[in-house]
Ligand binder design. Structure first.
Ligand code: SAM
Length: 304
């Protein structure tokens, strides 16, 4: 077999571990005010958005990440009307939320206008025109500043943020002070859902600490997960709520709600997937029980 002659993109997941992707084309590369942006066409996963060296999502598996982040909370809420997205650059979260007919308004707050404009141009299969939907309002500012000044109240708030890396724009959005701010801007039966770090046994501290910290503001906090092929990792998510509990949704109830809302295009999420996602392996449960850390503004969580 001949040796491949690809150019390689190397994503470090740790100083001693990396994943390599054979690249067909380096499409775009630049530094915005907030982060380094690259768009690359890989042979295996197709087009990828890379921020500060980390793959955010890829053409061939982004549906898994985005349906996982968005659909459980949307289905859990009986009638989501007002939804906020914190971050969300690619616009695929908009696409997933807009599948639900009850939605009346979506406010997306991303700090980086340049990233969003690049996603609009280079990632059309992610947003599928969702930025043009009249229900959607996009604001370009720090989401924490927005939540501090707004009086709006939301049924669901999603956090689709970059990892909390040192000097990155998102690390103050993983603290107990921030989660309290989110809780204050949620309706009485409001829900928050977020990506919450890897389930890799060497990296579990992040997920466990995020769940612990969410529990300072929310009575219901549930971990869930999906394998994201382009991350080569089982990725953790968290859903927290004042009332609703995703563990109370049976397989048939999830499927019933999807059908009742006339949603036909989902490729990953259904009742059976819901049950699998919220079934948490023992090592993760143990790590969460042992974790004592509460993430705070003066003691933020910084991942690699
Ligand atoms: N799917 C992704 C992942 O791998 O987790 C996250 C997607 S999205 C590209 C992340 C977005 O969060 C970026 O567009 C970035 O500009 C935005 N972001 C980071 N910090 C932010 C902040 N403080 N306020 C609002 N948006 C922020």
């Amino acid at each position: 077999m001949s040796v491949p002659t690809w150019k390689w993109f190397i994503e470090y997941t740790h100083p001693t571990q990396a994943h390599m992707h054979g690249v067909e084309r380096f499409v775009f590369s630049s530094k915005t005010k907030y982060q380094v942006v690259e768009i690359i066409d890989t042979e295996f996963y197709g087009r990828c958005l890379v921020l500060d060296g980390k793959i955010q999502s890829s053409e061939h598996d982004e549906y898994i990440y985005h349906e996982t982040l968005i659909q459980p909370a949307m289905i859990l809420h009986p009638e989501p009307k007002s939804v906020m997205i914190i971050g969300g650059g690619e616009g695929a979260v908009l696409r997933e939320i807009l599948r639900h007919p009850s939605v009346e308004q979506i406010v997306m707050v991303d700090i980086d206008r340049e990233v969003v404009e690049l996603c609009k141009e280079y990632l059309p299969s992610w947003h599928q025109g969702s930025f043009n939907d009249p229900k959607v309002k996009v604001l370009y500012m720090d989401a924490r500043k927005y939540l501090q000044k707004t009086d709006d109240v939301f049924d669901i708030i999603y956090m689709d943020l970059t990892e909390p890396i040192d000097d990155g724009p998102s690390y103050l959005l993983f603290t107990k002070q921030f989660y309290q701010l989110v809780s204050d801007r949620l309706a009485d039966d409001g829900i928050i859902a977020l990506q919450a770090g890897s389930f890799n046994p060497r990296l579990l501290e992040c997920h466990a600490a995020v769940c612990n910290t969410l529990a300072t503001s929310f009575p219901v906090v549930r971990s869930y997960h999906s394998f994201i092929p382009s991350y080569d990792a089982v990725w953790g998510f968290a859903l927290a709520s004042k009332v609703h509990d995703p563990l109370e949704l049976s397989i048939s109830e999830v499927d019933k709600r999807i059908t009742a809302r006339g949603i036909e295009e989902l490729k990953y999420y259904d009742g059976e997937t819901h049950q699998t996602m919220f079934s948490i392996p023992k090592d993760v449960r143990t790590a969460k029980e042992k974790e004592k850390r509460i993430i705070a503004d003066d003691r933020p969580l910084i991942t690699y």
